[in-house]
Design a protein around this ligand. Structure first.
Ligand SMILES: Cc1ncc(COP(=O)(O)O)c(C=O)c1O
Length: 368
């Protein structure tokens, strides 16, 4: 079996043992060390570690002090955490359709979705490539919107040299399968001193000094144990990313010209960090997406469907007053991508022969 993902954190053993021996295992100096290393990756002044990527998004929205009815514009093609975080923070969600080339929100659709209640633009940098920040950042500025980037899948990615998470408030996930992991964890990045301060207070029950509460906060803290797991990966992130990029290049060369298959693109000026390598299985392919997924699984090639449906197209979200007017038919690109997307292994632990096997098997079952 060639798995879709491999978690390898063995190089964290010494640091984790150091924390265990210290007896101070909750948030402490290791979290600070992790935050400093992360801020240099995201090119931001501050990195605030939290306990997962979902709470990173919730805290980022909460720190903006939105009023009831204020709106966040985001992508309908994303992991459910994006939507759940907005709802948890009590904001109203508006969706903008995506583009087929980068799987992220289409600036033209965003412009159409903005109303006089819109306060936040939340692009999702899906699969490891940023959204079109060259158009989205000026659009946000023009309408006075804050940008919260869902950078959960895009640590180390950049747009015209500017790192993901540095365009506004960056929210990263460090979940086990992410390019950098602490098992569970998240990070919020910002250049804004005041916002960073608010986030640190919010993270710790709204408390600045012991039992001095400034806001109704939460426990969003990361532990030193988790931070210790992530530090070695940040130190060798360039190497890990380069391995993903080399694997993606080889997959794309090998799969080029397979009938009915669209291979993922790296758009000009964007550094793609390949959290996922996602092909689109078009209507003229020899097998449907689901048939291809089943055929690959049967032949020992791990694969994943991220994501099978538009994010709000589930009973639990219907008639939610915080998701007004959301209709599946208004998002044709997201709907067609959700029906065609299939991710193949691209992680840094693939061997040359694994890559050959993936390429040969996909080509063979699609009759290439
Ligand atoms: C796009 C996206 N947003 C948010 C999250 C939430 O992160 P977490 O699972 O760490 O809460 C994830 C990852 O799971 C994600 O892929």
């Amino acid at each position: 079996m060639i798995p879709i993902t491999v978690v390898d954190v063995r190089d964290a053993e010494d640091l984790v043992v150091e924390v265990l021996r210290s007896g101070a295992i909750a948030q402490g100096p290791m979290v600070k060390r992790f935050e400093d290393a992360f801020a240099s990756v995201s090119g931001t002044k501050h990195a605030i570690a939290v306990n997962n990527g979902t709470t990173a998004l919730v805290a980022a929205i909460q720190a903006l002090d939105l009023k009831p009815g204020d709106e966040v514009v985001t992508s309908p093609f994303t992991f459910v955490a994006t939507l759940n975080a907005i709802l948890e923070a009590g904001a109203t969600v508006r969706f903008a359709d995506i583009r087929r080339d980068d799987f992220a929100i289409d600036p033209d659709a965003v412009a159409a979705a903005i109303t006089d209640r819109t306060k936040v633009l939340m692009p999702v940098h899906l699969y490891g490539q940023t959204a079109d920040m060259g158009k989205l950042a000026p659009l946000a500025a023009e309408h006075g919107l804050k940008i919260i980037e869902d950078s959960a899948q895009a640590v180390g990615a950049s747009f015209q040299g500017k790192p993901s998470g540095s365009f506004g408030i960056g929210c990263f996930s460090l979940y086990a399968t992410k390019n950098v992991t602490t098992a569970e964890g998240g990070v919020i990045t910002t250049d804004d001193d005041k916002l960073a301060d608010s986030l640190r207070v919010l993270r710790n029950q709204g408390m600045r000094a012991r039992y001095q509460y400034e806001v109704a906060g939460h426990n969003y803290r990361m532990t030193d144990l988790h931070a210790a797991v992530g530090i070695p990966q940040l130190e060798k992130l360039d190497q890990l990313t380069a391995a993903r990029q080399a694997n993606a290049k080889r997959l794309s060369e090998g799969l080029a010209g397979t009938p009915g298959l669209d291979i993922p693109q790296v758009l000009p000026g964007r550094e793609h960090v390949w959290h996922q390598y996602t092909v689109l299985v078009g209507p003229h392919a020899f097998l449907s997406r689901d048939e291809l997924a089943a055929a690959l699984t049967e032949r020992g090639i791990g694969n994943g469907i991220y994501y099978p449906k538009i994010v709000f197209d589930y009973d639990c979200y219907r008639n939610n007053p915080l998701i007004p007017d959301a209709k599946v038919e208004d998002f044709p690109v997201a709907a067609s991508v959700a029906a065609q997307a299939l991710s193949l292994p691209v992680h840094p632990h693939l061997s040359e022969s694994d890559l050959d096997t993936i390429i040969e098997t996909v080509r063979e079952v699609l009759g290439a």
